[in-house]
Design a protein around this ligand. Sequence first.
Ligand SMILES: O=C[C@H](O)COP(=O)(O)O
Length: 250
Amino acid sequence: MMRKKIIAGNWKMNKTPSEAVKLVEELKPLVNTTDVDVVFCPPFVCLPAVLDAVKGTNIAVGAQNMHYEESGAYTGEVAPNMLVELGVKYVIIGHSERRAYFAETDEIVNKKVLKAIEHNLIPIICVGETLEQREQGITVDLVRLQTKIALKDVPAEKAKDVVIAYEPIWAIGTGKTATSEQAEEVCAAIRQVVAEIYDASVAESLRIQYGGSVNAENAKELFEMANIDGGLVGGASLKVDFSKIVNYNN
Ligand SMILES: O=C[C@H](O)COP(=O)(O)O
């Protein structure tokens, strides 16, 4: 089965709304393709401007986070229906920076995943190990656990559309990419655990991205691996070079 690649730019806490529009206008003609799914994930305040700027293209927009409650006294948070009303299609959940700096646990990740799915938002669930954990030899055990908890109570027909991003923390923003073999090994292990939770058909449909210092030079080798269905790109998604990552195959 051929899964369509999905290449998402996680802009993190970068770009004001006007800067965001400028970047979209530069990238738009270069990444407006149907060969792969392209997603821009700007900061919350840039979402309306970015959604407006990508209108009429094949580019989708994602948020970088959301709360798991519908509404209420959660100062500073954003609810799922707020994203839906804007036209957001994807939401990154459980990024390692959220886990590290904002105390997101696997249980919180699971609540957010369930809530995103309830609102027909496609979650991009981030999993991955620290350098210490890799050196301890527990990478596969850890990502299996993170994946299992994140997908708890997600029905099979919904799990098919979920995206999982494997991001080794030691490779994020460090310029130190996992080798394609290292990335493939873990992505294959994630697909295996999805097959164990559900069945082979869910495992074959669900897309698994690699993230961590993806750039125009290493994208092709990574994305050609059997179990890597695209990338979640940080730093390199803020530059016009992102188009080279999207067009890695041309
Ligand atoms: O979500 C994206 C990742 O954290 C990767 O970031 P990076 O490409 O800057 O290493």
